[in-house]
Write a protein that binds this ligand. Structure first.
Ligand code: ADP
Ligand code: MG
Length: 393
């Protein structure tokens, strides 16, 4: 990797200002329902503490839109981190200001201070230079470990880097190395599986992938738009008719570059968008009154054959409505095939990670990316502002 990491700088006796991605899912009661993002940041935090630094943590949580809102407080995150780390975690009452500055002065080597939700500050998402400068004054070195927020140019993901040395945390490093590896030097054959509800948010990654992969497997709601754009009757299946031209363009781009593009041949269809709907597998035009909600057994087998033989796999987006039992078979099959693949396998996206967990194969995937939007933009070949801001080696 051509960016400096926390291992390339001397952190002893320093105050490290660490941007983490603690934007965890919470139940309505505020309970943290999945703490993987907190766990993912532990190696960097432990490294800093073990090497004599003080860790001052910054994260956003949800969308408080520039205003202090108690329901978006990092209080529960701080106490979960304290349990996981077995080190006291003090939570500052705000993101900045005299009281925060006092707590920052007091924090010593081996200790942890967490600032409040960075999005309580209106300057955060605007990348306000005044906010970035004030926050930068709290630390000697900026460690960015929030890969999941690296596609945003915010004060705490990019702005601070203008004032103090900026390096990658260990999670950020792992993400850049895994995704960078398959983007720039993939072993072949390289197979990508793209699914999810809508084509709209994934057109750019699809276009980028047609320049990089050997095989593109398309499933999920978006494959219905592809099939409809190619003239297949889809009956009651929701399709994005304003995206037909784009879908056809991607099909043509794949063909002109010699990329094999596979769509489902059979689909699990239902007579309503419901777990209790009538269900049947359809191998031709979708009949009136029916909608396609998953890929069928023949398509599962076809996709799995490509995936198992691949040397590199990138997967984003479930290939069916995996949240409902009758329509999770396709996604489970894809997850198992990715787990069985002996090559480099990378899965990104919130729902995709949930699907891999649900299929029980998470520990057999080589790299689970913590970034949804960030991993997609990375695979589009874009420069992420949070990565660009780090010091070069
Ligand atoms: P990720 O979070 O991994 O990036 P997305 O958010 O893009 O994935 O897509 C996940 C959503 O796509 C799921 O909620 C799933 O129900 C939906 N989906 C997948 N296939 C279909 C389909 N055939 N029809 C409707 N929705 C679908
Ligand atoms: Mg999602």
């Amino acid at each position: 990797m051509n960016k400096k990491t926390v291992r390339d700088v001397d952190v002893r006796g320093k105050k490290a200002l660490v941007r983490v991605d603690f934007n965890v899912p919470q139940a309505k009661t505020g309970e943290i329902t999945d703490d993987s993002r907190i766990r993912a940041a532990l190696p960097t935090i432990r490294y800093l503490l073990d090497n004599g630094a003080a860790a001052i943590l910054m994260s956003h949580l949800g969308r408080p839109k520039g205003k202090t809102a108690p329901e978006f407080s990092l209080r529960r995150v701080a106490s979960r981190l304290e349990e996981l780390l077995s080190v006291p975690v003090r939570l500052a009452p705000a993101v900045r200001g005299p009281e925060v500055a006092r707590m920052v002065r007091e924090v010593g080597p081996g200790q942890v201070l967490m600032l409040e939700n960075t999005r309580f500050e209106p300057g955060e998402e605007k990348n306000d230079p005044t906010l970035a400068k004030e926050l930068a004054s709290y630390g000697d070195v900026f460690v960015n470990d929030a890969f999941g927020a690296a596609h945003r140019a915010h004060a705490t993901t990019a702005g601070i880097a203008a004032h103090i040395p900026a390096v990658a945390g260990l999670l950020m490093q792992k993400e850049i190395e895994a995704l960078g590896g398959i983007l720039h030097a993939p072993e072949r054959p390289f197979v990508a599986i793209i699914g999810g509800a809508k084509i709209a948010e994934k057109i750019q990654v699809l276009e980028s992938l047609t320049e990089r992969v050997d095989t593109l497997l398309i499933g999920g709601g978006m494959s219905n738009t592809f099939m409809a754009s190619l003239g297949r009757p889809m009956a009651n299946t929701p399709v994005e008719s304003d995206k037909f031209d784009e879908a056809r363009r991607i099909v043509a781009a794949a063909a002109s570059r010699g990329v094999t593009l596979e769509l489902p041949t059979d689909m699990v269809c239902a007579d309503a968008f419901s777990e209790t709907a009538n269900v049947r597998t359809i191998n031709g035009p979708v009949p009136d009154g029916w909608m396609a909600l998953d890929i069928g057994p023949e398509s599962q087998e076809n996709f799995s054959r490509y995936i198992r033989k691949a040397a590199t796999v990138f997967w984003n987006g479930p290939v069916g409505v995996f949240e409902m039992a009758p329509f999770r078979g396709g996604t489970d099959a894809v997850a198992r095939a990715v787990a069985e693949c002996g090559g480099m396998t990378v899965v990104g996206g919130g729902d995709s990670l949930a699907a891999v967990e649900q299929a029980g194969v998470a520990d057999r995937i080589k790299h689970l990316s913590t970034g949804g939007g960030a991993s997609l933009e990375f695979m589009e070949g874009k420069t992420l502002p949070g990565v660009a801001a780090l010091l070069d080696k």
